[in-house]
Design a protein around this ligand. Sequence first.
Ligand code: MG
Length: 217
Amino acid sequence: MADPSSRAGTRYSNPELLAWVDALHHPLDAALSRAFDAPAQGLPAIQVGRAEGALLGLLLRLQGARKVVELGTLAGFSALYIARALGPEGHLWTVEMNPLHARVARENIQLAGLSERVTVCEGAALERLPELEPHGPFDAVFLDADKGNYDRYGQWAARNLRPGGLLLGDNAYLFGDLLGDAPEASKMRRFHQELSNDFNAVCVPTPDGLVVAVKKS
Ligand code: MG
């Protein structure tokens, strides 16, 4: 990021360029391909991008994460990147509200040979989260569930991450509506604002905006 155009948000990527970079740096093996191809399994195509999935895994490896919570499993694409980064001693608890999505995710995780490392918790995140607290404190929390509760998810993460723990939040631009009047927008803005109390945060300008924040000691 350097010149005024890029600072204003202009992107120099295009589909052909992205495909070349993805193929080189973010290759998909059979398990990742299956999870990424969620629409073929009857699911919406709303999973994180290939670069974001790979970035999650890379950040968790850098951190040496062992215990992670994910909100919003979908078909398990990001869960595969997370679980692989944790190693055999680690565990991921991933919460999914939609029973079909949860079933497809479990299948994809099983086909990847990661069932022992991942628990797919079915239900609304705000109802499931209290059950996970005894497993904490956690090394990282990844938010990718319903956007109208990000403020409450962020508060939960602040209470249940260890000092130095990572809070990662996809869709931090709220699909372009972050500064809008919708109730979801005010909740997402509160999520951003409250981060500054307990975290050192960066909002990485991925296409959707990705918050990467470290809990203060
Ligand atoms: Mg997302």
